[in-house]
Design a protein. Sequence first.
Length: 147
Amino acid sequence: MLGTGIPSAIGAKLGSPGREVVCVSGDGAAGFNFMEMQSAARENLKLITIVFAEGSWTMEEPNERRLFGRTFGTEMGSVRWDRVAEGLGCEGFLVDRLEDLEGTLGRARKSSRPAVVCLQTNRDANLAIPGELMMRFAEVYQGPMGQ
C-alpha cells in the first residue's frame, strides 16, 4: 500500500500508545503523506519514521525501462526529510554513513517528539537487483511472467 506507512504508524501509536512504533519508508512513498508527521507532532506521538532517501522512484525504473524503453518522472532530487520533519515540529536526524545508523536510531528513540531519520541510500545499489529477483518483483505487480 504505497504511501500509507506514515498514517498507519500514527494509527498504530494512537491505538497502542505504550508500544514502540517504527515506520520504514522509501522517499517516494513518504512523499504521499509526509505532512502527517505534523499530526504526530501535534498529538505528541513518540514514534520513529525512517525514510530511505535516494532521490528517485527507483522501484519504478526497471518497470518503465522494460515497458517503455526509458524512464520518466522518476527523479525526485535531493530531499532532506530530516529538515522537513523539523519544520513540522518533529526531531530530524540525517544519516549518510551506514555505520552511524545504530547510534542515530538510539538518539531518535530517546527523543521526546516524533523523530524522522533521513537515511541517505544509494540509488545505483538499489537498482543492482539480480535478474531472477527482479522478475519475482515484477510478478508481484503483474502476475506470473512468461505464461
